[in-house]
Write a protein that binds this ligand. Sequence first.
Ligand SMILES: [Zn+2]
Length: 252
Amino acid sequence: MATQKKTAEVDYSMQEKILALYELQQIDSKIDEINKVKGDLPLEVQDLEDELAGMRTRIDKINGEIEELNTLTKQRKRETDQAKIMIANYKEQQNNVRNNREFDAITKEIEYQELEIELAEKRLKEYAAGMKSKKLLLEEAEALGGERAADLEAKKNELQSIEAETRPQVEAFEAQAAKVKAKIDERLLTAYDRIRSNVRNGLAVVTVKRDACGGCFNRIPPQRQVDIRQGKKIIICEYCGRILVADPEAEQ
Ligand SMILES: [Zn+2]
C-alpha cells in the first residue's frame, strides 16, 4: 500500500499537485456552501451537549452530598440510640448503689449522655434542613436538565434532517474530492487541512488576482508571482499563510 502511494506521488509533477490542490479547494468550497444551510445548528448542538454534561456533573455532586447527609444522619441516630441504652443502664445501676457518692457519679454520666443526645439531635435537624435544600436544588437542576435535553433533541433532529437532505450532494462531492486527493501527497494534504481549519472562510488555496493574494488581498511581489506561475514549489502567502496558485483561467 505504502509503495503504491509512493509510485503515485512520483507520477505527478509539483505543478499537477498544485492544480489538484486548487481543484480540491473548489470541491471543498462547494461542500462548505452546502453545509451553510445548517447555519449555527452544529454549534448550538455542541453547546447544548456541553451544557448538559455540566448539569449531569452538578446533579451527581448534589446526589453525592445528599448521600453523605444520609450517612451522617444514620450515624447520629445510632449514637442517640446507644446513649439512650446507656442512660437506661445507668438508671438501673442507681437502684443498686451503696452510697450517695456512687449515685452522684452515675448521675453525672447520665447528664453527659443526655448532653450527647441533645447535640446529636441538633445535628440531625441541621442535616434534615441541608437535605431539604439539596433536594430542592436537585429538583431544579433536573427540571432544567430536562428542558435542555428536549432542546438538544429538537436541534439534533433538525440537523439530522438537513444532513439527510444534503447527504447525496455532499457524498458526490466527497467522491470527487477523493479522486483529486489521490494525486496529492499526505504531507501536502495535512498542510491543506491545517490551513483550512485556521482561516475563517475555509479557503486554504487561493489564486493571485490583480497582483494580490485572493485570500487576504495583500500585494504579491512580481518575482513571487513568477514563482507561482512556474508552479515548481508550493508558495504560501506571507501574510495569511494560504497556498497561492496562478489563476488557471487567466493562464489560458
Ligand atoms: Zn494572503
